[in-house]
Ligand binder design. Structure first.
Ligand code: FES
Ligand code: FES
Length: 381
């Protein structure tokens, strides 16, 4: 099944027939012969395939082409009339910031993004921001110097970026798009207390939530699967029969979308105010599968009007989303979801509805998770 995609690539409008599984990198390289976009890991880690989409860097190897309909794409063959890229290319040569050149197209896209987002970043900030682009040759010294050189030129000369709507300078570490920043303002993530770990192909998360409602009220919500399910971002309960249920959960990781349909069972212990939900599902479009078990226990908080909810989740992902089994990714992911879940529970317990805006977000979460992945990988180096 093909669909016609409209793109503006390097300033030129084009139409390309793509299937649901076609990645942006395939469109660029195989349909448009723009082979300056390199492919290496093809799983979003090395940064070699980085291009600019609507002015923001994206991994073209994991960006579904169909999600790019109507987008402006800039590859290394483009950047015409872009003074920042002109200076960067010259600076990369001057500072010996490339040897084999394989990483260079992606490195330049990221370098340009750093220059347009930061007013005067120090070396640590530049290295941190570059940590999603691997270079096997240079040792990064020349690359960092080239970027600093162009920033110095930009600041001395008032050099304008060609980016149509320059983004305001974001603080160090804020690689997340503004959607995620907005969400974090309205949906505070719970304190990261508890453990995240892996056991073979299983990932486990332990977290502790504090709720400003008495334990009996919180337990009344948790023991009712129909009432608590709408608080889980992206989750829908379709049917409950005895101790079994069927439903769906929709997740978006940047360009990756998955809707898991499945079934499970639940058991509650009212005396202990604890319960267990087990379930499994699969996403037919993305060919991913998930199995999991959630244990929860509600205990009195520090005062009579508060509760502590201890959550223990074990899950296993297979298929396209299997990379998100890694504990480094799961920490951000879990805190993001639990932050929204916590806020939704609070709304319901206070007599409101879970906010629509607190559905499991896509792009922001995707970038948050991917950023976390890259940081984790480079910390281990
Ligand atoms: S090829 Fe896309 S990140 Fe490595
Ligand atoms: S210049 Fe060879 S991988 Fe970076």
């Amino acid at each position: 099944m093909t669909e016609t995609l409209s793109l503006t690539v390097n300033g030129e409008a084009c139409k390309v027939a793509v299937t649901p599984r076609t990645q942006l990198a395939e469109v660029l390289r195989d349909h448009l012969d723009l082979t300056g976009t390199h492919l290496a890991c093809e799983q979003g880690v090395c940064g070699a395939c980085t291009v600019l989409m609507n002015g923001e860097p994206v991994r073209s190897c994991i960006t579904y082409a169909q999600s790019c309909d109507g987008a402006r794409i800039e590859t290394i063959e483009g950047h015409r009339d872009d003074p920042v890229m002109d200076r960067l290319r010259a600076a990369f040569s001057r500072h010996h910031a490339l040897q084999c050149g394989f990483c260079t197209p992606g490195m330049l896209a990221t370098a340009r993004d750093i220059i347009t987002r930061f007013a005067d970043p120090d070396e640590a900030t530049i290295r941190h921001e570059l940590s999603g682009n691997l270079c096997r040759c240079t040792g990064y010294v020349g690359i960092v110097e080239a970027i600093r050189d162009v920033i110095a030129q930009r600041n001395a000369e008032g050099l304008e970026s060609a980016r149509p709507a320059p983004a305001p300078v974001r603080p160090r570490g804020a690689f997340a798009p503004f959607q995620a920043v907005e969400e974090s303002r309205t949906t505070p993530a719970p304190a990261s207390t508890g453990k995240v770990g892996s056991d073979g192909s299983w990932t486990s998360i332990e977290r502790s939530l504090t709720m400003a409602h008495p334990p009996e009220k919180v337990w009344a919500l948790f023991r009712d699967i129909r009432a608590v399910a709408p608080c889980v971002p992206g989750a829908v309960i379709e049917d409950v029969s005895g101790s079994g249920f069927s439903g769906a959960m929709e997740i978006r990781f940047g360009p990756i979308r998955a809707r898991f349909g499945g079934s499970g069972s639940f058991a509650n212990d009212d005396a202990d105010r604890s319960g267990t939900i087990t379930g499994q599902g699969d996403d037919k479009n993305g060919r991913s599968k998930v199995r999991g078990e959630l244990r929860y226990r509600v205990t009195p908080g520090q005062d009579a009007d508060s509760s502590t909810v201890n959550v223990d989740l074990r899950f296993q992902l297979q298929g396209l989303l299997a990379q998100f089994n890694r504990p480094e990714l799961v920490t951000d992911f879990a805190d993001h979801i639990l932050g929204q879940f916590d806020a939704n529970c609070d709304a319901v317990l206070s007599g409101s509805q879970p906010a629509k805006a607190r559905q499991l977000s896509g792009l922001g979460l995707g970038w948050t998770v991917l950023r976390s992945a890259l940081r984790g990988l480079f910390r281990r180096k």
